[in-house]
Design a protein around this ligand. Sequence first.
Ligand SMILES: N[C@@H](CCC(=O)N[C@@H](CS)C(=O)NCC(=O)O)C(=O)O
Length: 212
Amino acid sequence: MIDLYTWTTPNGRKVSILLEELGVPFTVKPVDIGKDEQFAPDFLKIAPNNRIPAIVDHETGVHMSESGAIMLYLADKYGRFRAEGQEYWRMVEWLMWQMGGLGPICGQVHHFVKYNPGKSAYAEDRFGTEARRLYRVLNDRLTGRDYVAGDGAGIYTVADMAIWPWISRHEWQQIDLADYPALRDWYRGIAERPAVQRGYHLPHFTADIPTG
Ligand SMILES: N[C@@H](CCC(=O)N[C@@H](CS)C(=O)NCC(=O)O)C(=O)O
């Protein structure tokens, strides 16, 4: 059994979506970051950076924070939702692109554009422009293929699952998916997956998945 410490955010949803896709038993442990529960001493023992998500795998004794590491751990443990051979590293490349680029930049867009509009025109422009550049890069990657990694049209991997929840916040980022048609097709296709719909609404329902 796996315990998933999470909240209703893109980083949390990456892992709840993957666990739903895997179909393995897991227990959701909500960590309300709006109430500073991420600073609780017991949580800090498994997530020293006081951020969700984190897991405890009772089958192996592994406890882990950092969503990118968790995605790779689970893909390797179950041998699913990962590309093979050279494409394994293409998958890791796009996972790192999300972890080092899309996620942090969109997080700043949420901070300045959604929650603090008007406080810094410079920051809104800088991070908004960079988010649009990243959307363009992703759209280019998805043009002519179905998923970011894998031979041929690609296969659905943890890299897609890591990127998708950030794109699901495109309205917060004031980005219109119509400007990125290949990305929009990819977004909509993944949104239709039942496991994604279940994972998105953990630890609880907030709103319907944006249609894009
Ligand atoms: N690099 C981390 C980032 C995790 C992260 O930023 N989590 C946010 C929610 S999306 C959080 O827990 N924030 C709590 C806080 O800022 O105190 C990961 O990918 O797991």
